[in-house]
Design a protein around this ligand. Structure first.
Ligand code: PLP
Length: 359
């Protein structure tokens, strides 16, 4: 079978070029006589791989010198605990709940101190993102936590909350590297890699230096940003192969024009799909217009049986993983960086035929 168009929300598509390069070097990485999977993380050859990956990520995101880049394990979900354990130094943190992941992050933070949900869009089924102002944040909060792109609902922040001196902490798992980001506006950014960066197993944390080193001594060593930073993400064995693939993905993005170039392509893909949805009376887009995600496009026909039929016929035609998250139903097309424009064009063609045949 040929490669198909995979609209999975994560783990998701990787650029074909990246997979082909990894395949070429699979059994003998650049004359080392071994696979990247087999080499010591302390070896010179691997050291070059991780250093180069960090350098390229810093360049792509224009990460200032006073931020550490950490390559960790445990997924974004581990950060739901690591963030409060490291940053809740005065025992207070504010959260915006804009979907399931931010709700989970908030629930976890409550175990460690006075976590407060200052705004939620749960009442509108997360079809929008709460808009807040600085006055909504408690002045003595240790940080404000947000989830920028809500993978399950297909929404994203249309703005970056103004927080003054209060560090802004952001889960960017499903939108990192999809468009330029002003890192300086954030105290900490984290992302599980399996949506837009690499295979599962790697979590990237970008954290301002002055925020680390204040955790209580009971913090589990593997969650302590200070330990990880002081050891260049090598306190123990890092997720070596995932970091290697992330490095290849960073080079691929650099080649197509960095985050500006990536954004241009992503905007184009999203508008092809949303323009079609807006022009159709058969499908309905779920997210409120001003909060539409560029990465996860959610839609329904309004008839659950028809949604099911859509997903199975789409899969048979080579468009897989279009079923919406089990908690919301309907359809979701995840069109991350690696999804080619052609995949979205062909999907729209399929959607249009399906609509005509099922009116
Ligand atoms: C997928 C996802 C998570 C969970 O990531 P894991 O790496 O599976 O823990 C958290 N937040 C967002 C926004 C996600 O998309």
């Amino acid at each position: 079978m040929d490669r198909i168009f995979n609209f999975s929300a994560g783990p998701s598509m990787l650029p074909l070029e990246v997979l082909e390069e990894a395949a070429r070097d699979m059994t003998n990485y650049k004359g080392s006589g071994m696979s990247v999977m087999e080499m010591s993380h302390r070896s010179k050859v691997y050291d070059d791989i991780i250093k180069e990956a960090e350098k390229d990520l810093r360049e792509l995101m224009d990460i200032p010198e006073n931020y550490k880049v950490l390559f960790l394990q445990g997924g974004a979900s581990t950060q739901f605990s690591a963030v409060p354990l490291n940053l809740m130094v005065n025992g207070k943190a504010d959260y915006i709940v804009s979907g399931q992941f931010s709700k989970k992050a908030f629930s976890e933070a409550k175990k460690y101190g006075d976590a407060k949900c200052i705004a939620s869009s749960e009442a509108s089924n997360y079809t929008e993102v709460p808009v807040i102002s600085k006055d909504d944040i408690r002045p003595d909060a240790d940080y404000l936590h947000i989830c920028f792109n809500n993978t399950i609902y297909g929404t994203k922040f249309s703005y970056v909350p103004e927080t003054g001196d209060i560090p802004l902490v952001c889960d960017m798992s499903s939108c990192i590297l999809s468009e330029p980001v002003d890192v300086k506006k954030y105290g900490l950014i984290y992302a599980g890699a399996q949506k837009n960066m690499a295979p599962a197993g790697l979590t990237v944390v970008i954290v301002r230096e002055d925020l680390i080193g204040k955790a209580s001594p009971q913090i589990p060593v593997m969650l302590d940003y200070k330990i990880m930073a002081d050891n260049d993400s090598m306190y123990n064995t890092p997720p070596c192969y995932a970091i290697y693939v992330a490095g290849l993905v960073y080079k691929w993005i650099k080649k197509i024009g960095g985050l500006k170039g990536m954004e241009e392509i992503n905007k184009k893909k999203a508008s092809i799909l949303y323009d079609y949805l807006d022009s159709s009376d058969f499908y309905k887009s779920c997210a409120k217009k001003e909060f539409r995600s560029m990465m996860n496009v959610t839609f329904v026909t309004g008839n659950e049986e028809l949604d099911k039929k859509f997903c199975s016929e789409a899969a048979a035609a080579g468009f897989v993983n279009l079923k919406g998250h089990r908690s919301v139903g309907g359809m979701r097309a995840s069109i991350y960086n690696a999804m080619p424009i052609e995949g979205v064009e062909k999907l729209v063609e399929f959607m249009d035929n399906f609509a005509k045949n099922n009116k």
